[in-house]
Write a protein that binds this ligand. Structure first.
Ligand SMILES: [Zn+2]
Length: 42
């Protein structure tokens, strides 16, 4: 198996608010995408 395919098979997290796929970042413990997180802060 190619390393690239291995990473592709990892299911991405989905935003619990809008269902958008969340790109893993340093704040990966959030369950919302950046867009929804900015809304919550209001
Ligand atoms: Zn969202």
């Amino acid at each position: 198996m190619m390393p690239l395919e291995f990473y592709r098979n990892i299911p991405g997290k989905e935003c619990c608010q809008c269902g958008a796929q969340i790109i893993e970042q340093h704040e990966s413990y959030h369950s919302e995408c950046e867009h929804c997180l900015s809304k919550v802060e209001e």
